[in-house]
Design a protein around this ligand. Structure first.
Ligand code: F0G
Length: 482
């Protein structure tokens, strides 16, 4: 979005698109929402979409598609092998990233499975700025470990630092030396670092980190799932980048890495996944895993219609008018909440606004899942679905004890170009009400706890009857129908 200045109105983000297809929304009465959250085991992943007013669970696979993406789907070339749709995608990725080899997969975690299966051996240590849930689960599944070396400032909830996703360069080199390069199958940098609030990594930091890896002969991997937000922040926040085009910055970033993978449920605004590989031998060493786990090498488990759509989506990701929408809406929401005194991660990143549950409901101990409880409160009071990104999203230690998350966050994702500014205002308003009544919120405990990725399917219950009391107070304020 360009910075359009207003005559009388205070500055607000101005959409550079218009809405041409809409989906009707339901806002159930509070009493029904209370029942639905009970039925879902106090786990927002288990809610039905039709019971949700504003679905801010994720931006994965739910971004609005453009007319050009939709129309590209019509020319999809269905073939088990040799689809033209695939070759169009490969060509576009080669053009944008300058990397020759491409392996398709059905989504981002499938790429992570391929990379972990190929590179990680028991006892290996994969170094990262910060983990993502599925990336870590695949590495530990094959016996590896994860070392997270985001700079300390990345975990400070309120700040004005522009690149809180940066990796600590001194710790990176020390860790490679301590582990020995042979025990580090790759270093993974995650653009737009998801679990610490969608915080970007600077080009300068990526360059210095990959230089260290090269010096020690360690493979470099970029998780580019949130690259479009990171590119926006590089262009707007990083010195020397303002005059470069997004396309130029993309190429500068790509040139640093041996392997780039992404979830095309995020990057490309469609649904799929891709691994890009610079070196031919490396490519050959992974090639056979694609038909084994995903599908033939020219679709990798993706629908060819999606492949056509994402190819247009990659090109659209080079347009500042398009990639600025997410960060600008997130920035607007974060500023309004911060002005209200609601604890929120600052500065706003990409992906979504992140409430800091450790300050919002700081009296709830981490083992009673404060962020999980706050997510339930948001659904009861407003029909908004967010996602817990804290201790509930971690896995237990080998001895069964809780592994406490470094941050207890509630993510309110902004799928791109989906919500309007008035819906954003509603979210801000309801979050403020909940903050002013936060003492009514209590903790949660597991009734059924899966071992791996427990946040997806776990069943919980409230400690005490706080959801009923919270719903009562909400109804007293807003009436029975909202
Ligand atoms: N890497 C990052 C940085 C992600 O954010 C995700 C997914 C993945 C990998 C895995 O990709 O979902 O296509 O298998 N993030 C989603 C989210 C699930 O809600 O943040 P996937």
């Amino acid at each position: 979005m360009p910075q359009i200045t207003f005559y009388k109105h205070a500055p607000i983000p101005l959409e550079m698109h218009k809405v041409r297809i809409v989906q009707k929304l339901n806002l159930l009465p509070t009493s029904q929402r209370l029942q639905k959250i009970k039925d879902s085991g106090y786990n927002t992943f288990q809610l039905h979409n039709s019971d949700i007013f504003l679905d801010m669970l994720t931006d994965s696979g739910v971004n609005a598609m453009s007319d050009d993406m939709e129309s590209a789907m019509l020319r999809a070339d269905d073939a088990y092998a040799g689809s033209e749709s695939y070759f169009r995608m490969e060509k576009k990725l080669q053009e944008l990233f300058g990397i020759q080899y491409c392996l398709p997969a059905h989504q981002g975690r499938a790429c992570e499975n391929i990379l972990a299966t190929r590179f990680v051996k028991p006892g290996n240590c994969v170094i990262m700025n910060y983990h993502f849930t599925t990336a870590k689960a695949h590495i530990t599944r094959v016996g590896g470990r994860v070392e997270e070396l985001v700079k300390d400032e990345g975990l400070v909830s309120q700040s004005n630092l522009p690149f809180k996703g940066n990796i600590d360069l001194e710790k990176l080199e020390a860790c490679i030396l301590k582990e020995t390069p042979a025990n580090v199958p790759f270093v993974r940098l995650e653009a737009g670092t998801n679990l610490i609030g969608g915080q970007p990594v600077s080009y300068e930091n990526m360059k210095a980190a990959t230089d260290i890896c090269k010096k020690h002969g360690v493979l470099t991997v970029l998780d580019a799932s949130l690259l479009q937000d990171n590119l926006y922040f590089m262009k707007t926040r990083e010195e020397g980048m303002a005059n470069k085009t997004v396309r130029e910055i993309t190429r500068m970033v790509a040139d640093l890495f041996d392997i780039i993978y992404f979830s095309a449920r995020k990057f490309g605004f469609a649904r799929g996944g891709v691994i890009l590989v610079r070196d031919r031998e490396l490519y050959y060493s992974m090639e056979d895993l694609i038909p084994m786990f995903e599908g033939f090498l020219t679709y990798g488990g993706m629908s060819v219609r999606e492949i056509e759509a994402m190819t247009v989506g990659f090109e659209e990701s080079m347009d500042m008018n398009i990639i600025s929408q997410g960060p600008q809406f997130v920035g607007y929401c974060v500023k309004a909440l911060d002005d209200y005194g609601v604890p929120v991660i600052t500065p706003g990143g990409g992906l979504g606004a992140h409430l800091d549950a450790s300050r919002f409901v700081g009296y709830i101990p981490q083992e009673a899942y404060p962020a999980g409880a706050l997510v339930c409160a948001l659904y009861i009071c407003g029909g908004i679905r967010g996602m817990e990104r804290g201790t509930l999203s971690e896995e237990r230690n080998a001895d069964g004890s809780e592994r406490m998350a470094s941050m207890e966050l509630v993510r309110l994702a902004f799928p791109r170009r989906v919500f309007t500014l008035s819906q954003t205002e509603y979210v801000i308003d309801r979050v403020k009400w909940i903050y002013d009544h936060r003492e009514l919120i209590g903790g949660l405990r597991f009734v059924h706890e899966p071992k791996t990725l427990r946040f997806f399917t776990g069943v919980l219950e409230p400690i005490g009857d706080w959801p009923d009391k919270l719903a009562e107070a909400y109804q007293a304020e807003f009436g029975r129908d909202q």
